[in-house]
Design a protein around this ligand. Structure first.
Ligand SMILES: Cc1cc2nc3c(=O)[nH]c(=O)nc-3n(C[C@H](O)[C@H](O)[C@H](O)COP(=O)(O)O)c2cc1C
Ligand code: SF4
Ligand code: SF4
Length: 278
């Protein structure tokens, strides 16, 4: 039996679904598995907690072939391994992520970990904005189909971790080419898209949901308006989960038919699952 810890960040639920599914599969194999959202983790416990694990797993959504800002900050704080612990990295993606998981894995090799697995899982896209067009997120049976397709892959991933296998994807010329191309532009794209955050006052009911769920503390209700600061990671949680689609990200985004909001992995998904403290 191994002691395994999963740390994940999820903007709109896909990576949460993968992380909790992986936890369940690993538990079935007899391992002791803790699963933490990096948003709700007490960071002062991290060094002791990570040192006690035999195997660490990191999961996040791909943002332009790298990890979201909050996950990159978390990785910077992550302690070195003095016992060459195993680590596995997985990323959820809408279409393509080049060498993302491997590129993040390199950071852990430099910290003394033994990189065992890198994996990418295709999930529903959550990103389709006027200035950042990808493909429209769907909130129908196509989400369930993707989840069904991923179940056996999650199970295989758990089996490989359990058996201590090494399986690295993304470390090839094509992966690096796509990864490097995307990484060149992603910070600028995120900064410019997040500057467009605003609310449609005629739709906003001042319910406070956006302030409550934002992982970076970027939103504040003040008086009868909603203020955005400059800490947005473009996770799209507020944009997707505002009950009245009052949060806008660019001209035209008020049209929900053209710019549908992604409601998460399946009809039972509830955004509170992303912010619950363990
Ligand atoms: C800012 C941003 C950048 C993204 N970049 C990519 C990308 O480069 N390739 C890709 O396939 N998906 C990309 N996506 C889509 C997400 O990675 C994908 O939908 C993911 O499963 C969302 O996970 P989450 O629900 O856990 O946040 C991007 C999403 C966002 C918000
Ligand atoms: S979640 Fe939407 S409706 Fe609620 S306060 Fe935020 S912008 Fe307004
Ligand atoms: S402001 Fe919205 S998109 Fe930006 S980090 Fe907060 S919840 Fe995510």
């Amino acid at each position: 039996m191994k002691k395994i810890i999963i740390y994940y960040f999820s903007g709109t639920g896909n990576t949460w679904w993968l992380a909790t599914g992986l936890q369940a599969q690993l538990k079935l194999k007899g391992h002791s598995v803790d699963c933490y959202s990096i948003e709700t983790l007490a960071i002062e416990d991290l060094t002791q907690q990570a040192a006690a694990a035999d195997h660490i797993i990191l999961g996040f959504p791909v943002y332009g072939s790298t990890a979201p800002g909050p996950m990159l900050d978390f990785i910077n704080l992550f302690p070195d391994s003095h016992t060459t612990q195993g680590i596995s990295i997985f990323a959820t993606q809408a279409l393509a992520s080049g060498d993302t998981a491997y590129e993040i894995g390199l950071k852990f090799i430099r910290k003394g970990y033994d990189l065992k697995q890198t994996r990418h899982f295709r999930m529903m896209n959550n990103l389709h904005l006027p200035k950042f067009r990808f493909y429209k997120p769907k909130n129908d049976a196509r989400v369930d189909k993707l989840l069904e397709q991923n179940r056996p892959l999650v199970s295989k991933f758990a089996a490989a971790i359990s058996a201590d296998c090494t399986h690295i994807i993304g470390n090839n010329p094509l992966g690096h080419l796509l990864g490097n191309l995307q990484r060149k532009h992603i910070d600028r794209l995120i900064a410019s898209a997040s500057k467009e955050l605003k609310t449609d006052a005629s739709r906003c009911t001042l319910c406070g949901t956006c302030q409550r769920i934002c992982p970076t503390g970027n939103i504040e209700l003040s008086g009868d308006s909603v203020r955005f600061y400059d800490q947005c990671a473009l996770c799209l949680r507020c944009y997707s989960q505002c009950p009245t689609a009052a949060i806008l990200l660019g001209e035209g985004s008020e049209d929900e038919k053209k710019f549908p909001r992604y409601k998460g992995p399946g009809k039972d998904f509830n955004v509170d699952l992303l912010i619950q403290k363990k």
